[in-house]
Design a protein around this ligand. Structure first.
Ligand SMILES: NC(=O)c1ccc[n+]([C@@H]2O[C@H](COP(=O)([O-])OP(=O)(O)OC[C@H]3O[C@@H](n4cnc5c(N)ncnc54)[C@H](OP(=O)(O)O)[C@@H]3O)[C@@H](O)[C@H]2O)c1
Length: 262
């Protein structure tokens, strides 16, 4: 059955339809851990996995929002969602959440290192706190996520996907901290792909252009129809996970096919 039922929660508004029946899938993974799963790309990727019967831990800083997101996903009735309030800048909390995931679901097959923030100001107006918030979340937070997950992913021959950006290859004004974090994340992602491939862990990074989400205080609306939708990034994640394991698309660039006019 297919209903037009955008989330009642405006934080997760979607321009797409919501499905209520399980989605046939070639996925072999059983358990996923998603940072930044309460809204936007992380939420819709969690939803795509849950619809395919995968158990998913989603994390975010705001406890009420991440618990509400997990409840919404559990109502779909396929895989199970566990919502945990975890800041990716807190290594001990992240490690504890991954241990809790393994204890609850029996293992870990997939890390989606997605959490990120954007602060856009000229460099001379960036505070020390602004700089640290962006670098510590978008770059160090991914390292922390990977470090905590790798021992478990080694056991499952698992998969890591990092969420970078086209801002990881294209500098633009007001984006010095964000550009630095995503340029760094591209290098990090490719280096760990080379480190972990011999251990049987695959690593890909996705580099989107504009996606309709709550990123940097934006509110998604109908005027975002020209942008990539979160469901489209979720589809790329599913496609990567379904790829024959002999082949590794290590970097995926994705952009709106029709850029905004005017
Ligand atoms: N939207 C775009 O146009 C676009 C384009 C390219 C790349 N990206 C990247 O896509 C990723 C996801 O962003 P989005 O667009 O989906 O934005 P979003 O709608 O704002 O979602 C961001 C998610 O990350 C969480 N988060 C932020 N800081 C966190 C922290 N320190 N610890 C744990 N969770 C944290 C947020 O929850 P809390 O606030 O509760 O922590 C939220 O769940 C980011 O890495 C972003 O850089 C976005």
């Amino acid at each position: 059955m297919c209903l037009f039922a955008p989330s009642t929660n405006p934080r997760r508004v979607s321009l797409e339809v919501m499905t209520t029946s399980p989605t046939p899938s070639k996925l072999t993974i059983k358990t996923a851990f998603i940072t930044g799963g309460s809204k936007g790309i992380g939420f819709f990727t969690a939803k795509a996995l849950i619809e395919r019967g995968v158990n998913v831990t989603l994390t975010a800083r705001n406890a009420a929002e991440v618990e509400a997101a997990a409840a919404e996903l559990n109502a779909l009735g396929h895989g199970t969602a566990l919502g945990l309030a975890v800041d990716v800048r807190d290594y001990a909390a992240l490690e504890g959440a991954i241990t809790q995931t393994v204890d609850t679901f029996g293992g870990l097959d997939f890390l989606f290192a997605n959490a990120g923030v954007g602060i856009f100001k000229p460099v001379h107006e960036l505070s020390l706190e602004d700089w640290a918030a962006v670098i510590d979340t978008n770059l160090t937070g991914v390292f922390y996520s990977v470090k905590a997950a790798v021992p478990h992913l080694e056991r499952s021959s698992g998969y890591i996907i990092t969420l970078s950006s086209l801002a990881g290859k294209n500098p633009f004004a007001l984006a010095s901290a964000y550009n630095a974090s995503k340029f760094g994340l591209n290098g990090f992602s490719e280096a760990i792909m080379l480190d972990l491939r011999p251990k049987g862990i695959r690593v890909s990074t996705i580099m989107p252009g504009s996606v309709s989400t709550h990123f940097a205080g934006h509110t998604p609306s109908e005027s975002d129809a020209w942008k990539i939708q979160s469901e489209d990034i979720a589809q790329i994640v599913i496609d990567l996970l379904e790829m024959n394991p002999r082949t590794l698309p290590s970097r995926v660039e994705v952009r709106p096919s029709q850029p905004k006019k005017g």
